[in-house]
Design a protein. Structure first.
Length: 188
């Protein structure tokens, strides 16, 4: 029993270290596309967390790190807009041409959104991605995208509202460590 408990503690400690390390490393390089993971939207308007992700993707696009920005995310029950469509509309209003934007309006989880992106992007020969999300979310997102066959680098959002609230950030990191553990067990 003690050995099992020690193994759990070591596992969790290692996952927390990886979440911190990967979340604080921006290793974006020229890629086929920038992929923005969705977050909440309200009647077609991205939440502050989602806006921070989208603004960061716009910065990477303006630096010419990729010719396309892919926004993923479905909609919750009762929503009129998907996260992907809300994000694309937001980026259009900020000067990214429609020819450079791709909406993947499917998925209610990180894995299902990335899988939908794979189904849409791989036939178009999009193989390398810069993943944009919050710091706490980068490790699991990158691991999932790799498992789906993408070559990936991460570019964490540098100014997420979550980063300004230490208590919220701690909750998200712990939740993410649990989600990563569940992913490693289930493969999804």
């Amino acid at each position: 029993m003690i050995i099992a408990l020690l193994l759990v503690i070591v596992w969790f400690g290692n996952v927390l270290i990886e979440i911190h390390k990967v979340g604080n490393t921006d290793n974006a390089v020229k890629s086929d596309a920038i992929l923005v993971l969705g977050a909440a939207q309200y009647n077609g308007r991205p939440s502050p967390v989602f806006r921070a992700r989208l603004d960061h993707a716009r910065t990477l696009y303006k630096k010419r790190l990729a010719p396309k920005v892919v926004v993923v995310g479905g909609k919750a029950r009762g929503d009129t807009y998907t996260e992907a469509d809300s994000g694309v509309r937001y980026l259009l209003r900020r000067g990214i041409p429609s020819s450079s934007l791709v909406a993947v309006p499917h998925g209610r989880s990180t894995y299902s959104s990335l899988r939908a992106a794979k189904n849409m992007l791989q036939p178009k020969h999009v193989r390398s991605l810069i993943i944009v999300s919050d710091r706490f979310h980068m490790y699991r997102s990158l691991e999932m995208a790799k498992s789906l066959g993408f070559r990936v680098t991460g570019s964490p959002t540098p100014d997420s509202p979550i980063d300004k609230d230490p208590a919220a950030e701690t909750r998200y990191v712990i939740r993410e460590a649990l989600a990563y553990t569940a992913y490693r067990i289930s493969g999804r």
